[in-house]
Design a protein around this ligand. Structure first.
Ligand SMILES: [Zn+2]
Length: 215
């Protein structure tokens, strides 16, 4: 897996965003991915990094059944506030790798039968997680990043990066508040996938939930 990404599979430009100017580096590695690099310093060690799995419903449309969109925002905000960092956006990771149609089909089972994010996938014959993080490691190596402070709650992601030659010197929690909309999803990730989600432990209801008549 250690082959580098060839020149013809990389393109980069400046990208002005509402958070400021990033270097946008597009990669073709199976799917087309994007790294947003912030800051002029470009450290190689202890780099603040988010490796983010594509989630169209959460990232683009602000869906509240998962916390992906909020994590995307929080990670970019943190990179900008620290002054440097890398945000890697991985395509082909919809629904932990099962694809967009399959993910939407799992939503039907979740809504109609109360299945969680894992059981709804396996009931439809899909695996729980097929995401490949080797492109993220190759992208980070291309950017000459050797060690990272990874914004993640997912121990599998840390293991995958380390197995592919990227040292994770620190795990930086990326905790989105639990709400009535996402608590089922977060609970399944905590209890069945081993994600570090302490905010779920203390959640006792989202009193700002529209239409909620609890006081
Ligand atoms: Zn999501």
């Amino acid at each position: 897996m250690d082959e580098a990404i060839s020149r013809e599979d990389v393109a980069e430009s400046d990208l002005m965003t509402r958070r400021g100017k990033f270097r946008a580096v597009a990669f073709r590695d199976g799917h087309e991915h994007m790294a947003l690099v912030y800051g002029t310093a470009r450290p190689r060690e202890n780099v603040l990094v988010r490796v983010h799995s594509e989630c169209m419903t959460g990232d683009i449309f602000g869906a509240m059944r998962c916390e992906c969109g909020d994590q995307l925002d929080a990670a970019l905000d943190r990179i900008v506030s620290e002054g440097s960092g890398v945000f890697v956006y991985l395509r082909g990771h919809e629904g932990r790798g099962i694809g967009l149609l399959a993910k939407v089909r799992t939503h039907v089972l979740q809504d109609e039968q109360g299945l969680d994010t894992l059981d709804s996938a396996t009931t439809l014959g899909f695996p729980i997680d097929t995401r490949d993080y080797t492109p993220a490691a190759r992208i980070l190596k291309h950017l000459r990043v050797r060690s990272v402070r990874l914004m993640s709650n997912n121990p599998d992601k840390i293991r995958a990066l380390e197995a592919n030659g990227i040292a994770v010197v620190e795990r930086v929690p990326l905790l989105v508040p639990a709400t009535d909309h996402n608590v089922g999803y977060l609970t399944a990730k905590r209890d069945r996938l081993g994600h570090h989600l302490p905010q779920v432990d203390t959640f006792s209801g989202d009193y700002s939930f529209a239409g909620d008549n609890r006081t």
